[in-house]
Write a protein that binds this ligand. Structure first.
Ligand code: NAP
Length: 247
């Protein structure tokens, strides 16, 4: 394991479970000191931090609802106090509730925009003021944006916004040597994708990519590892569709 004291610092939002937990594991094994952010799943976040520490990494769990600007500011402050200034921000936290637009309540509309879109805005705004030069930002879009399936209008709208943020923010950080990219996964076997789907629906999604399986969180973690690392320095303002060739 790398020298914990000199480790670069990575915040992974929504890292208590699913893809985010795999990202935290991967970035820790890449040598980063990792912030495991969560909103509700404190037991899972604490257990993950213990696991990472047992492997010799520096890690802390920080509760912050990304849709709340004060929470996000506090998360950056806690990170700076406990681990140091942020080098890598991974905006992974998100929700997806599939429902026809006509059946979407005001509350669900607001919640989806607040977490997926405002949440990304909140962390990007904080990052602009506080991240180390030479850093990396990785946002989370989704391949559903390219598929236009019924039920995904509101979710896709938030991911279209995240892609727009990615392209523009990369340019706004001119002179800082910070890259801003997004990953757009296809279906990945996590609660966000699996919950509420029949076995048949899941199998249909699994058949979509020519690679003929669902993505696993680790498939996405290797892509984020690349975008967060030194080898991706010339990739900036891009959307990387990691989906086994589904779209
Ligand atoms: P997941 O298994 O449902 O996990 C979501 C994570 O986000 C949890 O750790 C959750 O923590 C956290 N979270 C939710 N609301 C939050 C908030 N307001 N503030 C901070 N953290 C919050 O989802 P996932 O499948 O890993 O998805 C991760 C990202 O990948 C999302 O942006 C999603 O849109 C994107 N994505 C997923 C798929 C897929 O098929 N799974 C495909 C394309 C894109 P708590 O439990 O503590 O709330």
């Amino acid at each position: 394991m790398n020298n914990v004291k000199n480790a670069k610092v990575a915040i992974v939002t929504g890292a208590s479970r699913g893809i985010g937990a795999a990202l935290a594991r991967r970035l820790a094994s890449d040598g980063f000191a990792v912030v495991v952010n969560y909103a509700a799943s404190s037991k899972e976040a604490d257990a993950l931090v213990e696991e990472l520490k047992a492997q010799g990494a520096a890690a802390i769990a920080v509760k912050a609802d990304v849709s709340n600007a004060d929470d996000v500011r506090n998360m950056f402050e806690t990170t700076e106090q406990q681990l140091g200034k942020v080098d890598v921000l991974v905006n992974n936290a998100g929700i997806m509730k599939v429902l026809p637009l006509a059946d979407t309540s005001d509350a669900l509309y607001t919640q989806t925009l607040d977490i997926n879109m405002r949440g990304t805005f909140n962390t990007l705004r904080e990052a602009a003021a506080r991240m180390n030069n030479g850093g990396r930002i990785v946002n989370f879009s989704s391949t559903t944006l390219a598929l236009n399936m019924p039920g995904y209008a509101i979710y896709n709208a938030t991911k279209a916004a995240v892609e727009a943020f990615t392209h523009v923010f990369a340019k706004e950080l001119r002179g800082r040597d910070i890259t801003v990219n997004a990953v757009a996964p296809g279906p990945v076997a996590t609660a966000l994708f699996l919950d509420g789907k029949t076995e048949e629906q899941i199998q249909n999604f699994a058949k979509m990519p020519p690679l003929q399986r669902l993505g696993q969180p680790e498939d996405i973690a290797s892509v984020v590892s690349f975008l967060a690392g030194s080898d991706s320095g010339w990739v900036n303002g891009q959307i990387l569709r990691a989906n086994g060739g589904a779209a």
